[in-house]
Ligand binder design. Structure first.
Ligand code: GYE
Length: 339
């Protein structure tokens, strides 16, 4: 008798647990509550005919960003998806608020181009808690706070350490292994700024003739780059090379060099990263030596990755875009394609 009663109790408990689990896994088509969890604790993405997709952009003050936004918008339009687009105008606080608003609008997925590694990692965690999967575009977040496969789906972008290494290798060859270098860094705390500095410095470790004599942030911006270069030039008139973390700062640095009576490309060799139209033109003009490509045309890859996730495919922690390299040998050929 006692045995039968405990068996009945067990059956009841099992039934109740099954019902609870079924509730937790119920599809949330009406937007009621967070989506079910996929493997690894990530929010799942339902398979649907159409999606409401968020894209949180960092800023729009440079051609790289504009090309990326255009590519995202074009692909969303081609697929017939609704795109909720925000521009943080270079503010971390605004970008965090932008992600909050996307959560409130119950987008299906968020594409996030995080301004810097740490503050935006918190935004990733908030989206996860709300049951919205995040795919990082072009910049990564701090891995001690948020991780691919656990807190966000994946990162799509370039190998920034390799970009920095390639810039250093070219500069080493172009200067015969002898250079006094000024480095203009990207946005403080942004993964491409951190990694491009690392890749460059690592290459120079066993190059005693190559020294970084000054290094400061120009916030990935043209005019900031020009101003910082102007100041650094006064303290370091013996500079013979400039490494900038993006092309906008290279264009700014070239203007500052010219204003100071230097001849960029002769007195001072400049190397950069991105591949914008202005940079390619500067290569043709002889003022910029070379630029390592960093491809901004993310649209097709971003949405393809999102659909692969909805299909339950296993995705790597990083999806790396292949980057080309531009110098005087191929600049003219690439110019019509540049943005
Ligand atoms: O190089 C720069 C942009 O995060 C990879 O950010 C991107 C960088 C790119 O502002 O021009």
């Amino acid at each position: 008798m006692r045995l039968r009663r405990s068996a009945l109790l067990l059956a009841l408990i099992t039934l109740f647990a099954t019902m609870l689990a079924a509730c937790a896994q119920a599809p949330t088509g009406g937007g009621a509550g967070p989506a079910p969890a996929a493997a690894g604790g990530l929010p799942a993405l339902a398979k649907k005919d159409t999606y409401k997709v968020g894209f949180s952009q960092v800023e729009s003050n440079n051609p790289w960003r504009i090309a990326q936004t255009e590519s995202m918008k074009a692909e969303a339009a081609r697929l017939g998806y609704e795109l909720v687009y925000t521009d943080a105008a270079g503010s971390e606080a605004k970008q965090i608020a932008d992600v909050d608003s996307m959560i409130a609008q119950k987008v299906d997925v968020i594409f996030l181009a995080p301004r810097s590694e740490k503050p935006l990692a918190q935004a990733v965690l908030k989206a996860k808690a709300a049951g919205i999967p995040v795919i990082l575009l072009d910049r990564n977040v701090d891995q001690t706070i948020a991780q691919a496969g656990r807190d966000y789906v994946t990162f799509i972008g370039s190998d920034f350490i390799e970009e920095g290494r390639r810039a250093a290798e070219w500069l080493d060859q172009a200067t015969g292994g002898n250079a006094k270098i000024i480095q203009l860094e990207g946005t403080v705390g942004a993964s491409p700024a951190i990694d491009r500095a690392t890749g460059f410095a690592n290459y120079l470790k066993d190059k005693p003739g190559m020294t970084i004599i000054a290094s400061q942030t120009g916030d990935f911006a043209r005019d900031k780059g020009r101003q910082v270069m102007e100041t650094l030039l006064q303290a370091n008139p013996d500079v013979t090379a400039v490494y900038t973390h993006n092309d906008e700062m290279a264009v700014g640095a070239i203007a500052a060099l010219e204003a100071a009576g230097k001849v960029p490309g002769k007195d001072v060799i400049v190397v950069s990263i991105d591949g914008t139209k202005d940079a390619i033109q500067a290569i043709l003009d002889g003022t910029l030596g070379a630029t390592v490509e960093c491809n901004p045309k993310f649209g097709p890859k971003a949405f393809e990755t999102m659909l692969a996730y909805a299909n339950g495919e296993q995705l790597p922690a990083k999806i790396i875009n292949p980057d080309r390299f531009f110098d005087i040998k191929n600049a003219a050929e690439y110019l019509p394609e540049a943005y």
